[in-house]
Design a protein around this ligand. Structure first.
Ligand code: 3HC
Length: 285
């Protein structure tokens, strides 16, 4: 198993920033790469905010917070990832940009570095096929919000080596997560079940003529969900959910996986959920 001293996180949106936060809190030197330094600084600000909240709530000391913040280096230059032992990709959920990034990582990183993708619904094997050493590619699929959700799925692609899989698993444990091992099937474990279920919930809004608030109350109070489905899709991002269900639909062809029209219309109108300030509900940005 590879020893992980330094980690790179590529893409510092909601998922990438959450993963970078976990890494620095676990004491790991972390390079966070964004397209621009401005976007990187924004993610750094969000991470610093959540760590400050932990100090205010007494779950982190001020000194621990300072040390964690100091472990994060923000860059826009991919060559700063060259000496990382593990790079976790969390960029846009589209195959071609991910494949291009992995090809670049193969050129830049040491041959023994493990390359992980946080893809939620694309094939890890298809991403790995972009490079000549696919054995070092593995899926590390975190859940939103990454700092709070315990699970990480460690996905074995067609050519993943045991070493890459076990390195991902051990690193998940080091981040304080509960990792599970699974194969590279569409949606892996959780999204294979959760995405069609969320689509059903959205369709029920119109079928049962129920408001989003009442649907959420129903699923919290009648099914024990910690968060209602509309609140959850707002958290994940309407655009992210539509893209994930499209990816699953194109692989599995189940009618339930076709994106609900209501979500497509919301996405097209720019109602993306929490990140845009409005989805099913409204939020302070
Ligand atoms: N990053 C870091 N810290 C965060 C955070 C984030 N994004 N969001 C909240 N926090 C911190 C905050 O400091 C917050 O405290 P504060 O509001 O006082 O500042 C603290 O965490 C605790 O937050 P809450 O009090 O809101 O915590 P709850 O006890 O209410 O639990 C929850 C929140 C864990 C999110 C719970 O509501 C839950 O389990 N919801 C379901 C989430 C879920 O199902 N996620 C999976 C989505 S599917 C997915 O991700 C797959 C992907 O492929 C699309």
């Amino acid at each position: 198993m590879a020893e992980i001293r330094k980690v790179g996180v590529v893409g510092l949106g909601a998922m990438g920033a959450g993963i970078a936060q976990l890494c620095v809190e676990a004491g790991v030197e972390t390079v966070g790469r964004e397209v621009t330094l401005e976007l990187g600084a924004r993610a750094q600000g969000r991470i610093a905010h959540f760590l400050t909240r932990k100090v205010e709530k007494g779950t982190l000391t001020q000194a621990e917070r300072e040390a964690a913040v100091a472990r994060l280096v923000i860059t826009a230059d991919p060559s700063d990832l060259a000496d990382c032992d593990l790079v976790i990709e969390a960029i846009v959920e589209e195959l071609e940009p991910k494949r291009a990034l992995f090809a670049e990582l193969e050129r830049l990183c040491r041959p023994d570095a493990v390359l992980a993708t946080n893809t939620s619904a694309l094939s890890v094997s298809a991403i790995a096929a972009a490079i000549s050493s696919p054995e070092r590619v593995v899926g590390m699929h975190f859940f939103n919000p990454a700092p709070l959700m315990p699970l990480v799925e460690i996905v074995r692609a067609e050519k993943s080596s045991d070493e890459a899989v076990e390195t991902g698993f051990a690193f998940g444990l080091r981040l304080g997560k509960t990792p599970i091992r699974c194969h590279d099937t569409p949606g892996f474990v959780v999204n294979r079940v959760l995405i069609p279920l969320l689509n059903d919930c959205i369709r029920v809004l119109d079928e049962a003529n129920v408001t989003p608030a009442d649907l959420d109350t129903a699923m919290r109070g009648g099914a024990g969900w910690p968060m209602g489905p509309c609140e959850l899709v707002d958290l994940v991002g309407i655009d992210v959910h539509v893209r994930a269900t499209e990816a699953l639909h194109s692989q599995l062809h189940e009618p339930r996986l076709a994106p609900p029209e209501r979500l497509v219309a919301m996405r097209d109108a720019g109602l993306l959920g929490r990140k845009s300030g409005r989805g099913f509900f409204t939020y302070d940005k």
